[in-house]
Design a protein around this ligand. Sequence first.
Ligand SMILES: [Zn+2]
Length: 336
Amino acid sequence: MDFSVTTGPLLIDGHLDLAFNAGLGRELTLPLAALRRTDPVAGETATVTFSELRAAGLRVCFGTLFALPRTAQSPDGYTDHAGARQQALRQLEQYQRWEGGGHLRLLRTGEEVAAHLASEEAAPGVVLLMEGADPVRDVEDLAFWAAAGVRVIGPAWGRTRYAGGTEAPGPLTAAGRELVGAMADLGLALDASHLDDASFWDAAELHPRMIATHANSRALIAGNRHLTDDMARAIADKDGVIGLVYHSKFLQADWQDGDPRAPLSSLAAHAAHYAGLIGWNRVALGTDLDGGFGQEKCPAGVDAYRDVPASVDALPAELRAGVLGENWARWMTRYL
Ligand SMILES: [Zn+2]
């Protein structure tokens, strides 16, 4: 299938938290300069608005339903599944309102993705991804979310009722094993991005369709947020794709808040490492550029979302199109 467009390289992003940002009070329908002037979020300069996505030429992304648990940093977060479900429902309604306003188009199947890519539609297509499965009440509730358009679920973020996650080690719980099995039965793909190792390998046994929408390589950055080489190979064995995350802390070892932003060569290093393991046709983007961090933490040269297409210029020219969009396009049209 030919996904080329006349206006620039095909751009598909494996991970944006659009509705979560709206929940923070960010008005994403404003031009970026106007959003920045009115941004209620302090200290994290916004880089994503709908006009930026269009300026970049973004055609499709995974857009999250992300419920934030209560922590010291998020006192308003959820404390039980009902609270998590409420957050996700509000975000679902936000995507539907945006679709009604012509800001995006929700896509549910590989056929819809293919048709969208072949169309002249300027608004980006969004495939719903649930990041952290706590909003799913139980396996009976999965059908509701599937009908609502959710096509991919990551069982963990931090720890959830279903799985050990980032900085929260542990296997799938009994409910998690049931959930992952039911996801496979319903044809909902699994996002391994935040799974702790123990949960990852449990899930790999239970589910044939794994991707990592936004995860860099643990060979270059320590910690269970990142994929080991064996994990990357397991995803490849299931014909999966891995999206590169644009957070300096996840690009450059020992990077800390306030340090000079990581160079784009560090992004290329993660891409090349994965490619050496599993091939360039499995390396893609999952920028997460609105995922709780701002320009201060983006790689140097990425000041706003429109800078994403040029951010892979350190890669050999013949590999850029695959990483920017064609690899996700192949996976989405085949498996959604
Ligand atoms: Zn995430």
